[in-house]
Design a protein around this ligand. Structure first.
Ligand SMILES: [Zn+2]
Length: 465
């Protein structure tokens, strides 16, 4: 099967140029100048007026509750992702019940393989008393392990520093990644205790004040220190504050192998907007004040190599509703696996909320595809338009305005979004998975299914201290 995609702008992290992409047997065969002889093809796709990008890789989603509850399933979550231009997702072990052991991991793999419409990877767990499970999960394909430095708000146990260091030593030997939710557990608990007054509503402002950026920075500094000591590869998830980015960049400059994520809600919303949105924007770390949000963009503009990840946290709309402005009982999490690529592309290409010069299409590809592929051990098999890569491709209309709402797209199990009503100039018009068309303008092909991805583990790196 040979496919040619021609007439569009081929956009990789290093730049964009008009051209023709040839695909053979699911992989990119060649990148040609426009008008070059392409030989015989089975399918010719006209991409005139469109940009052709590698599919987005979302390293941070919560999709697969094992009891198939009313949150999300691999089927509904990956369907929504596909319609949004995502071709690979990674699922975190923070499900209900959590994926703590090798057996848990095997069961979730089986569920994902049965339901996924796009490629799926599963992160393993780094939790107290279960460090042996890391090796069991690695044997089953886990290339990274999630740890919390504070309560997750659910049943996923947080780590103490000794457990984290021991887990990082195991991960370093395996060549695996350790992904950490960084907020200092003791400071989060103190903040939570300050919110306990029964007669006082939990407003967004009070919640935000209980988990300030200093709480995130305190945990990040400790975790960076342990990564340096152990030589393990580290990813700090959902970084929300510029001081945390600075700490990460300083550690990188000292040889710590650390990558980091930004979510669209931390990049595009500010604290006042989050308070207006109420339950729909209730998340941790909280959405920050405008000056801090703008500081993230200043660092992106200066070249900070961030990964865009949704931290897709699906809940029933009723669970995210507040009575008045009282957030008590509202679960933490924002769903956005589908909107993330469009939001990031729109902000990078047409201008971010700071009003500064756009960071550009290449940076969007870097954030959505290339950096996540490298962090997950999938590069250069995924995340690029280079010959030999999987032909996971998305044709984007980056000109026509569109209003994000549930009526115009196939969402996951639940229809709410904090981005409803926003206008973006970024629409995925066709999504290909390994060269076959998976979705056209949000309509999914019936037959095509995803695969489980088993990333390559990186060799152990020397410790930096
Ligand atoms: Zn998460």
């Amino acid at each position: 099967m040979r496919v040619a995609i021609t007439g569009g702008l081929l956009a990789d992290e290093g730049g964009a140029a008009p051209g023709t992409l040839l695909v053979r047997d699911g992989r990119i065969e060649a990148v040609l100048a426009l008008g070059a002889d392409i030989g015989p093809v089975d399918e010719l796709i006209d991409a005139t007026g469109l940009s052709v990008l590698p599919g987005a890789i979302d390293l941070h989603t919560h999709l697969g509750d094992m009891d198939q509850s009313d949150r999300e399933t691999f089927f509904t979550g990956t369907r929504a992702a596909a319609c949004g231009g995502v071709t690979t997702v990674f699922e975190h072990p923070l499900s209900d019940p959590p994926t703590l052991t090798g057996d848990d991991y095997a069961a979730k793999l089986e569920l994902a393989a049965r339901q996924a419409r796009i490629d799926v990877g599963l992160w393993g767990a780094l939790t107290p008393g279960r460090l042996d499970a890391m090796r069991d999960q690695a044997e089953l394909g886990a290339a990274g392990f999630k740890a919390f430095t504070c309560s997750s708000g659910g049943s996923y146990p947080p780590v103490d520093l000794a457990t984290l260091e021991a887990g990082m030593e195991i991960a370093a030997k395996l060549g695996a990644l350790v992904l950490v939710h960084c907020e200092d557990g003791a400071l989060v608990d103190l903040g939570a205790a300050s919110l306990q007054a029964p007669a006082v509503p939990l407003t967004a402002e009070r919640f935000q004040a209980s988990r300030p950026p200093e709480v995130e920075l305190a945990a990040t500094l400790q975790v960076l220190e342990l990564a340096g000591r152990t030589g393990c590869r580290l990813q700090i998830v959902h970084v929300s504050a510029p001081a945390v980015v600075d700490a990460i960049l300083a550690a990188r400059a000292h040889g710590v192998q650390v990558t980091f994520e930004h979510t669209p809600h931390h990049l595009l919303l500010d604290a006042a907007e989050a308070a207006q949105l109420g339950g729909a924007a209730h998340c941790a770390p909280p959405v920050r004040e405008r000056a801090l949000r703008d500081g993230l963009w200043a660092r992106l503009r200066a070249g900070a190599p961030a990964i865009a990840a949704s931290d897709h946290g699906p809940f029933r709309a009723a669970h995210k509703q507040t009575s008045g402005d009282d957030l008590r009982g509202v679960p933490l999490g924002i769903q956005g696996v589908q909107e993330t690529p469009a939001l990031i592309l729109d902000a990078c290409v047409h201008g971010d909320p700071t009003g500064g010069a756009p960071v550009g299409l290449g940076r969007a590809v870097s954030m959505l595809s290339a950096e996540p592929a490298r962090a997950a051990g999938l590069w250069p098999r995924k995340g690029t338009l280079r010959p030999g890569a999987d032909a996971d491709l998305v044709l984007w209309d980056l000109a026509t305005p569109r209003i994000l709402d549930a009526a115009t797209q196939q969402r996951g199990m639940h229809q709410w979004s904090p981005y409803d009503g926003r206008t973006v100039r970024a629409t995925p018009t066709r999504v290909l998975l390994r060269g076959a068309t998976l979705a056209v303008r949000g309509e999914l092909s019936a037959a095509l299914t995803g695969q489980i991805v088993r990333p390559t583990l990186a060799p152990q790196l020397p410790a930096t201290r």
